[in-house]
Design a protein. Sequence first.
Lengths: 936, 125
Amino acid sequence: MTLSLVVLLPFLGAIAAPLFAQAGRTAIAIASSVPALIALAILFPKWGTLADGGVIVQSLEWLPQLGINLSFRLDGLSLMFALLILVIGLLIILYARYYLKPQENIGKFYALLLCFKGSMLGIVLSSNLLVMMVFWELTSLTSFLLISFWDHKQDARRGARMALAVTGGGGLALLAGILMIGQIVGSYELDDVLAAGDQIKAHALYPYALTLVLLGAFTKSAQFPFHFWLPHAMQAPTPVSAYLHSATMVKAGIFLMARLYPALAGTEQWFFMVSFTGMITLLVGAYVALLKHDLKGLLAHSTVSHLGLITLLLGMGTKLAAVAALFHIINHAIFKASLFMAAGIIDHETGSRDMRQLNGLWHYMPHTATLAMVAAASMAGVPLLNGFLSKEMFFAESLSLNLPGIWAWVPPIVATLAGIFAVAYSARFIHDVFFNGKPRNLPIYPPHEPPRYMKIPVEILVVACILVGLFPAFSVGPLLHAAASATLGGQVPDYGLEVFHGFNLPLMMSVAAFVGGLIMYSQRQRFFDFHARFREMDEKAIFERAITWVVDRANGLTGRLENGSLQRYTMLLMVSALVVAAAPIASLGISIGSNGLTPVDLPTAIAAGILIFSAFATVYVHRERLTALILLSVVGLMVALTFARLSAPDLAMTQLSVEVVTIVLMMLALFYLPPWTPREIPRTRLARDLLIAGVAGIGMTVVTLAMLTSPFSSISDYFLENSKPGGGGTNVVNVILVDFRGFDTLGEITVLAIAALGIFAMLRNRNLQAPPTDGQGHPWAFDAHPTMLKQMSRALLPLALMVSVYIFLRGHNMPGGGFIAGLLTAIALLIQYIASGVHWAQARTKFRYHGVLALGLLFATVAGTGSLLFGYPFLTSTFTYLDWPLVGKFEVASALVFDLGVYLAVVGATLLILVSLGKLTPEGRPLTRTEAREES
Amino acid sequence: MEITFALVIGSLTFSGVYLMLRARTFPVVMGLTMLSYGVNLFLFSSGRLVSGGQPIIGSTDTYADPLPQALVLTAIVIGFAMTAFLVVLSLRAKADTDEDHVDGRDHGERPEDPPGAERLREESN
């Protein structure tokens, strides 16, 4: 999996590099270079396979059901991009070492830069479109973070946000496009997609898929009308601009078009959408570049223009144009990266990027000036430099398009016009900055040459410009051939990489561009005046306004849907549930299943009558809270009896004990709450709620009736058969809880513990104001705790505890167990609190309930893990029989330890909940006379 | 028997839902408790209604379905924890907003005295 290593290495480096930040800029720069060097060493031996159009695919199954595999693919095209990313990345690391100031957060910078590098390599090396998509979004994110590296600057933050919004939005479109392609082809693997070109283009979804994919590519590669984010991204530190926003990231969109060229290109729609977008971008970028006074602004718009040029070439659809596009990708990356670095040096040494201030720098930094001038000349397309070669190819291609009639003239004229602008702004870059008088009001004066090593990356790139310009076939020929072969599916046309093609029309166009460009530059003031007549369009303000508008609308919509009324949400929830359930329940009607009805005996009927009556009565009197609470407890009691009647003794015992603690809890709460509920207005709401509740009640009745009378099959036979032989207990419910489904129980006591701790946290340091009188206007009683209750409860405590131990121990075979015993113990202790007061009880319980709770969870977990030691799965239990003198043969199950954990957790949680609440009381109410005496 | 049981579930659901739709925290907590009675009984009854069939091996010939019982047992205990949480949440809301309305703010209802409160106050004085 060496290819995945290439992608992974920079991310690992991003983790490691910040560790070197303390050691200084040189150390971290060296550390950051390591991943790229290793990656190059991995890629180098593969060249032999790739040179002749070979493809290396390495795949790792990830989510095969979804067609997502971690597969990586190396061919000529991805190699070309990988080399650009790695080599220019290395130069940027060296350059940034001198560009950044020592006090800046260099660790963050290099980590982000490496993250970006890894994401970019991920895009170009991914063989699965969905995996590529992930890396695509990662570049948007890392780009966002890098643009806003100087996060104290508002412009940087805004620029970053704009870049993220535009490229991220495009990413969404791209995702949709990729999903469509995946649907058409039935696979997301590049091999399949590229082979299915005809199938995709014939499909009805092709126009949509293409539009969406192109939206992604155009936003990323700053094509008109999405180009505006790129100039604003220039708020980034210059190494970032040079790397992301000229050489690599903005080429990702172009890479995507080249990558999917065999699958998507070659149709009329492709031709019109891609070539027209490219043509407009080419012209707009070039025109605006000439007008910018900011050095980086000029370069940014020139980048937009060149990206448009490459897009236009890809859109033309001819094989030679595609080759020219690939060639220009390399050339543009080389000269533009060096120009950005030069601009950064100038900014670094003068403190300004404004070309109205920067003049005559030749005098102060001749070395840098020479380098910048060569690179700018390459940008203008001066012969013997690399920019000239691809531009000639572009001119030649613009002539060879077979468009009808007058349209045939459009591409060559646009191409020449763009050439004129390019020469003009390149001339401005050279003449305005390095000549044209003396510097004016420079923040740093006099400027001088930068540190020696800061120029090395620029020198390397400039040498590359010349090398490629002079010996194209020798220097980039093989790489270009491999890339073209990969892009065009192996059918590489004949093309000549010569410096001089003879006196032909493209050469004439070049000459025209030069003459025109120089004239245009000399007359630039007229252009500035002309342009000044138009109101400056501030894309950032428009963008911010648009974003604000969207956010306001979203807030408005949310506000309408969510008005903050919980009562309304509950109602909507209920109504939605009813709507969903309405149709099936209505179709059910009153249905009696094949099991038929059984007769009801009188006691059961009476009990049911009491239950139903109490339930309705609770509703009727609910505004008088204490009365309603008493009626509610009657309902709870009747529910417990129902369980007892219907063969569920364990449930009856649990319900009964839970009922006690619940009612005590609610009584405690009622102390702090108003004793009655005010009437609700409007009264219509009551009628509406009666209707909702009525429908819900009838629905549940119908469903229950249908369920109870239908036959069913249960998995419980297994539990019944294995409870005794497998679990060692005859109480099947308890064996299920502690053995068969012990994991569930462990989760449940954990929930219990979390709820208890949550309650404890909510009540900590919280003083609730108790009302001065009870609901009826009575002042609170100051009597001491009743003596009879006190004495009785103290005598009962050991008995109650003994009962709970008995219930606990017999639980495996008879109704009982940890849950019930825990609740009984809790109630026994709770009675002491009620009878003798919190002060008294707390002074005598020396342990904290948190500890009991934690101990319970620990016991349960340890009992479960114990089985792991013997090689059984988690929570496997075992049992054996012991002979205990006097008592007789006695069964011990390891599940008992687990049940002990349950017991402790229930005791701890219940008491923690109730005592946390009860403890507040002495603070909230006046002390009783006895307490007052004890206090004093 | 089945009809009786279904009516019990229906009335518990009705009472629970109606109380849950109320505006003050305490009736809502009571409603939730009531609804959880209904839900527990309903889940329990998915093992059908069996008389005298407690799932204790050896105690009887036919056994009730033990699985819903085990599930409902833990549901009862967790239901208690959730009710407790809700109760304390409503107390906390009362402490923070000085208001026991579920929306955290009053919608214009005036607290009023219950019938006879005036008389009781006079008596106690």
